[in-house]
Design a protein around this ligand. Structure first.
Ligand code: FAD
Length: 375
């Protein structure tokens, strides 16, 4: 049986950033991912935005890791040649009522330590984004976009260069405490040709994204239930993509469900319109009953009146691992914790937005928890 110091379950951005952080300090690190490639779930089905940290309650893990993760992500991208663009974003108030919310958002951002926030008027909006209609906007200079796929692979590459073993097509099917260790049962290969293997690990890290609740339950911990909330995108390609220059957001969803349908000028010069937010059945339900293009055009018209349905084509979708049921209000924080009954296990649950941004800071946080486990 293979022995590991640390075994990470899940090869999304969070698992890969953790692998990078812990393999700096410890040998015999394994990362196991059930799919054939890393980052095939939520980590590459998002807006790719390096968020600033303006939205989250003061002192929350989301606020802390987003602000720090934003800085660390840019540093990492520069050092490891991951494509990114750092040009800030606008959060636009569509009317006078929303301007009050914009002021509150600025205050929350400042409380979280986000620097350089400033309010601009309609004329200044027009200078930056001539096609956007709004009465005022918040300029957020630290926001940018990254290539999410290349970021995931770069974290994994650095981890691997530091000695971590990254194994794909390896699904964790059982977890059993064994003395001070945990026995991890793996199904390696695909459906038609698979074999069972066991690794005994001193510390197990559950970074299984949408399935983190089920992985925790393998250890008998049923504290969490993850609800998949689908975010769908449309895309503007070709000359009409010039309607948007950079990143333009409305005020966030009033129930804390999402940041609202926004416009993201991608690194490849198209514009993403979305994501929407709908609770769905099934953690692989990306396509069933997709919204119509007309729905995107209608919600986009508030800020971009010139948009036409014919400008849009359906894009991809992603699933948020929400910890709150459909009737809940407000923002719920990331869960990053050692298991109370099996403390050599660390769970990361509810790693929704801003998880892509927060990942390198979360990696440092988890490294401290691993140090407690391994001594
Ligand atoms: C529509 C949308 C837009 C978003 N936009 C942004 C954004 O602009 N900026 C931002 O910062 N964040 C954004 N996010 C959030 C961000 O994408 C996530 O927080 C982040 O990708 C979570 O990463 P993860 O590694 O936890 O999860 P995942 O990427 O889902 O990775 C978990 C991995 O675990 C694997 N796994 C699960 N169970 C097992 C098992 N039993 N054995 C082995 N492997 C297993 C899965 O296959 C998966 O690859 C967005 C999310 C969505 C859905």
């Amino acid at each position: 049986m293979d022995q590991a110091n640390i075994l990470i379950i899940g090869g999304g951005v969070v698992g890969c950033a953790i692998a990078r952080a812990v393999s700096e300090h410890w040998q015999d690190v394994f990362l196991v991912e059930q799919f054939p490639k890393l980052g095939m779930a939520t980590s590459t089905r998002n807006s790719g935005v390096n968020h600033s940290g303006i939205y989250y309650p003061k002192n929350s893990l989301k606020a802390r890791h987003c602000v720090e993760g934003n800085r660390l992500t840019y540093e990492f991208c520069i050092k490891h040649n991951v494509p990114f663009r750092h040009k800030g974003k606008l959060v636009v108030a569509a009317n006078a009522h929303e301007e009050t919310e914009l002021v509150a958002l600025k205050k929350r951002g400042e409380d979280n330590g986000v620097e350089g926030l400033r309010l601009i008027d309609a004329a200044e909006i027009r200078k930056q984004e001539p096609h956007i209609r709004g009465t005022a906007a918040l300029v957020v200079p630290s926001t940018g976009i990254v290539s999410a796929e290349e970021l995931v692979h770069a974290y994994a590459r650095v981890a691997s260069n530091q000695g971590a073993n990254i194994v794909t097509r390896a699904e964790v099917v059982s977890l059993a405490p064994s003395g001070k260790n945990i026995r991890v049962g793996l199904r390696i290969g695909d459906q038609r040709d698979s074999q069972e293997e066991t690794i005994e690990a001193k510390c197990v890290i559950n970074a299984a994204g949408l399935h983190a609740d089920e992985v925790a339950a393998l250890l008998g911990n049923r504290s969490w239930h993850i609800y998949p909330v689908r975010g769908e995108y449309c895309e503007i390609r070709g000359p009409r993509a010039s309607l948007i220059n950079n990143l333009v957001y409305p005020l966030p969803h009033s129930r804390g469900l999402s940041l609202g349908v926004h416009f993201t000028k991608t690194l490849w010069a198209t514009v993403l319109v979305g994501p929407t937010a709908t609770y769905v059945e099934g953690k692989d339900n990306y396509e069933k009953d997709r919204l119509a293009i007309a729905d995107f055009a209608n919600s986009a018209k508030t800020l971009l009146p010139e948009i036409r349905e014919s400008d849009l084509q359906l894009g991809y979708s992603g699933l948020r691992p929400k910890l709150v049921p459909p009737d809940h209000q407000g923002i719920v924080d990331f869960v990053i914790t050692r298991d109370p009954a099996v403390p050599q296990a660390i769970h990361l649950v509810g790693m929704e937005s801003p998880g892509l941004t927060a990942a390198p800071s979360v990696g440092q946080h988890v490294r401290q928890l691993v140090a407690e486990v391994l001594g």
